[in-house]
Design a protein around this ligand. Structure first.
Ligand code: PA5
Length: 443
């Protein structure tokens, strides 16, 4: 279960104001539980760790085995909620350097998450001479970035294998009944997996969206779901941790803070931070409201962003650190002859102890600088711990969003750039808009 530590924040706040905010959080929980809030059609994630489709789960495991046995490379095509969760979990549990590790699982490349031709060309060239499988993930089935990449990789698979073999190597994760991708998969005989109707992209990591690539990486998806299930049961039984966290976030927002900085002392959590940023930014950043999520890996970023946080952060931000209580892969610092670097006082010490002292030192320094710190912790950086964190943040984000008074499950702002891009590209139906925008750009 995720533990929440506010020891260093509590003395700094106005107790009465916090109590009022905590009351609002309780009302937000009722809204969520009674399904009376905006976006309540998208609450499928709440019970997902308990009610997930067991048949689909078995099919995911079978497909993952097939890919492991028949492909050197899995190309995962998707953007936003259709790739961040899978990548976050794989990097957290395997490594940022997963593809460089000696292993018996395929390389996994993520593409279709930008429109960069050089990124696309790079992945194509990395696939040369390799047996490949493709998992294209798009709930709508029409998102431009993955659609462009899928054109390329579908052609690659078709040119490399017979029609029958190619069909066995393409896996589509999309809407259950409708959409371009669903139609194409049916026509071509590709295996399909479902993004449930009532689960939005950024809440979909524990569906086939995240689970298939995660299972291909050799991660125990049963243990991941178990972590999420136990956390769900704690959250729904009224565990105080996510509620206090939601209350503090809203308290700080109301008192003028505008940024929440997610912190980890483990570099492999960098993509998890990216997943968190999408979860909170798309859920809360609307109607002119919301905390802008940013992230840091410490101590790395203490040598780049630390100066700003320490001396100019106080009016802007607070920090939410994620901590793992145990370290499974420690390193003992050795004695060096001559002690030229002066570090022999650390001889025989575990490096995790040094990391922990850096964390404590930073916590105190940033608190002194007016940047409040929470600590969220789980025991281990393993499947169970990451599953717990995923559910904790999803729940806290939804409750926090309702406390803020917005719909945490839509993302209307994501459409604006697409409209302009299509108009500028001359997509049929956008003629008037094209003229207007070109005039604005002086073209
Ligand atoms: O969280 C979201 O809803 C978005 O980030 C989507 O996941 C993203 O836009 C991709 O959409 P789709 O899966 O329809 O291609």
């Amino acid at each position: 279960m995720v533990k929440f530590n506010d020891t260093y924040v509590r003395p700094l706040i106005n107790g009465g104001e916090y109590k009022n905010m905590r009351q609002k959080v309780s009302e937000a929980v009722d809204t969520l539980k009674n399904k009376t809030g905006a976006g309540s059609d998208y609450l499928g994630w709440v019970d997902l760790p308990e009610n997930y489709d067991r048949d689909e789960f078995s099919r995911i495991k079978e497909a993952a085995e097939y890919i492991k046995n028949n492909a050197d490379v899995l190309v995962v095509i998707g953007i936003g909620g259709s790739y961040l969760g899978a990548r976050a979990v794989i990097e957290a549990l395997k490594s940022q350097n997963y593809n460089l590790l000696k292993k018996d699982t395929p390389q996994i490349y993520f593409i279709g998450n930008s429109i960069s031709p050089s990124s696309l060309n790079e992945i194509v060239s990395l696939c040369e001479g390799k047996d490949i499988a493709v998992n294209v993930i798009s709930k709508s089935g029409t998102t431009t970035e993955p659609a462009i990449a899928f054109r390329v990789f579908r052609e690659l698979v078709n040119s490399k294998y017979s029609k029958e073999e190619a069909a066995k190597r393409i896996f589509c994760t999309t809407d259950k009944n409708k959409g371009t991708l669903k139609e194409l998969a049916e026509k071509e005989g590709y295996a399909t997996f479902v993004v449930p109707d009532d689960v939005g992209g950024r809440y979909s990591v524990l569906t086939a969206v995240g689970l298939l690539p995660i299972a291909v990486a050799g991660i125990d998806i049963d243990a991941l779901m178990k972590g999420a299930l136990d956390e769900r049961n704690a959250c729904l039984s009224g565990d105080e941790a996510p509620l206090s966290y939601a209350a503090y976030r809203n308290y700080f927002y109301k008192n003028g803070k505008r940024l929440e900085c997610f912190i980890s002392y483990e570099p492999c959590m960098a993509m998890f931070n990216e997943w968190l940023k999408q979860l909170f930014a798309e859920s809360e950043g609307k109607d002119g409201k919301g905390l802008f999520p940013v992230s840091c890996i410490f101590s790395t970023d203490l040598h780049s962003l630390g100066q700003f946080i320490q001396e100019s952060g106080s009016t802007l931000m607070f920090e939410t650190a994620v901590k793992f209580e145990k370290c499974e892969n420690d390193y003992v610092i050795k004695t060096q002859e001559g002690n030229l670097d002066g570090l022999n006082f650390l001889s025989g010490e575990n490096m995790s102890v040094v990391n922990e002292k850096a964390r404590l030192g930073t916590l105190l320094a940033h608190t002194d600088g007016g940047v409040e710190n929470f600590v969220l912790s789980v025991d281990n950086l393993d499947e169970y711990g990451i599953g717990s964190l995923i559910y904790f943040f999803e729940y806290a984000c939804a409750v926090s969003g309702y406390t803020l008074g917005i719909n945490p499950f839509n993302q209307p702002g994501v459409e604006s750039y697409k409209k302009n891009m299509f108009a500028l590209l001359g997509k049929p139906g956008y003629e008037d808009e094209k003229e207007r925008l070109e005039k604005q750009l002086g073209l």
